[in-house]
Design a protein around this ligand. Structure first.
Ligand code: SF4
Length: 402
């Protein structure tokens, strides 16, 4: 399928919308009242430090909603206003935040049902409105919706579209896209649908396995078993790793994407020599600024003296998990939670471990004066951060009064 030509024709269709509907001002007021917070603004204004009684909060200097997420949520709200009576669907969570998704449900925006791991588009009818989320949708899904005659509201973040353009360039130049990401993450599913040949590597460990195969060959069956779910159909590591280009899921750890890129560059240089490098390796910078800023701010925050860290974001949010990784690497007690309800009154907290498991930790709030580092992923509204900080103040105060 010529994905580029399809995308171009879709963008010219009168059923396709990607710029909002002119209700920005009303929606901005609504979003402000639903998602912004006075307390968080106060903390920002006091240089990201705030003390109440025996608790000091140190907030990361970049955290929370990125502009791509704000834009997507605003467009979803505008869509509801613009199509007050139409059935509105969304192909996936608009962003990885439970409270925002719940709010959309309350506005009668329905999620496409999933049966046996597959989305059931049969429920969508011609004339229905379908929103594509911030991290995009696969080209096959767009085609189904277009064929059905749906009105498509595309909130895909321009940074994600930039990655799609990159894999299109790889395809045109007959390079295999090496995508640094999680093969089952919605964004990577969408990105790979625009690629020609592709291989998805999760981390440096997998990248090293692949470059070792490039340089020294290896067991093809083992290779294919390892990447069975993470490569294009018909992929052959003996043929399809001769020309490679780098792409990424926008929310991966920036440093790791860069290292993986350099590793492949060195490998191709070693195998084919510097003169031939451009024939065998391509790389464009597709790391999103917002992800980078949040990670950089987290690296700064963990340099300060904090007793514990709270990392706030959806449990399926990749960028939040990476923030948590930074704290864990520094051996700082750190709790990834998605909402205030995870904090129980009796000094217990339910949080997500890096393995994905939910764990309950008791006595997580130390006695006496404490410094708490706080950050949140790109899909987290300030209101959620405020609720969590207020809960910590409340708990510490109740302990002090006992
Ligand atoms: S994290 Fe980056 S790529 Fe993702 S929605 Fe935000 S701005 Fe866009």
């Amino acid at each position: 399928m010529d994905t580029k030509a399809f995308k171009r024709s879709l963008q010219h269709s009168e059923n396709y919308h990607r710029r909002g509907f002119g209700h920005q001002e009303e929606v901005a007021t609504q979003l402000k009242s639903e998602y912004q917070s006075h307390l968080i603004q106060e903390i920002r204004n006091s240089n990201y430090n705030f003390q109440r009684d025996n608790v000091t909060i140190r907030l990361a200097q970049a955290f929370g909603f990125c502009w791509g997420v704000e834009r997507a949520v605003a467009m979803a709200y505008e869509t509801r206003q613009h199509f007050p009576t139409e059935q509105i669907w969304i192909t996936n969570e608009i962003i990885h935040n439970p409270s925002v998704n719940q709010r959309l449900r309350e506005m009668q925006v329905k999620f496409i049902p999933v049966t046996d791991g597959n989305k059931d588009f049969s429920i969508v009818e011609s004339g229905d409105v379908v929103i594509l989320p911030a991290f995009g949708a696969s080209v096959q899904e767009m085609q189904i919706l277009n064929d059905k005659g749906c009105k498509i509201v595309d909130t895909t973040c321009p940074w994600v579209s930039k990655v799609w353009n990159t894999v299109e360039k790889h395809k045109k130049g007959e390079f295999t896209s090496i995508i640094h990401g999680k093969y089952n993450h919605e964004e990577t599913v969408a990105t790979s649908s625009f690629a020609g040949k592709y291989l998805i590597v999760l981390n440096m460990h997998q990248a090293e396995y692949v470059v070792n195969y490039i340089l020294n060959g290896g067991d093809k069956h083992e290779f294919m078993a390892k990447f069975a779910k993470a490569c294009s159909s018909g992929f052959d590591p003996d043929i399809d790793l001769e020309r490679v280009g780098i792409a990424n899921q926008t929310t991966m750890l920036k440093g790791e994407t860069e290292e993986i890129g350099k590793l492949f560059e060195r490998t191709m240089m070693k195998k084919y020599g510097p003169q031939e490098l451009n024939q065998h390796f391509q790389s464009f910078n597709t790391i999103c600024d917002a992800t980078q800023e949040r990670q950089d701010a987290m690296f700064e925050l963990v340099e300060e003296k904090v007793d514990l860290m709270i990392v706030i974001g959806g449990f399926n949010s990749s960028n939040t998990t990476h923030l948590q990784e930074i704290a864990v690497e520094r051996k700082i007690p750190s709790y990834h939670i998605d909402c205030v309800e995870r904090i129980k009154s009796n000094n217990m907290i339910e949080h997500r471990e890096l393995t994905g498991e939910l764990k309950i930790t008791e006595n997580w709030l130390p006695e006496g004066e404490i410094v708490v580092g706080v950050t949140s992923g790109a899909s987290t509204p300030d209101k959620v951060v405020e609720e969590i900080i207020e809960k910590i103040f409340e708990l510490k105060q109740s302990v002090a009064m006992v």
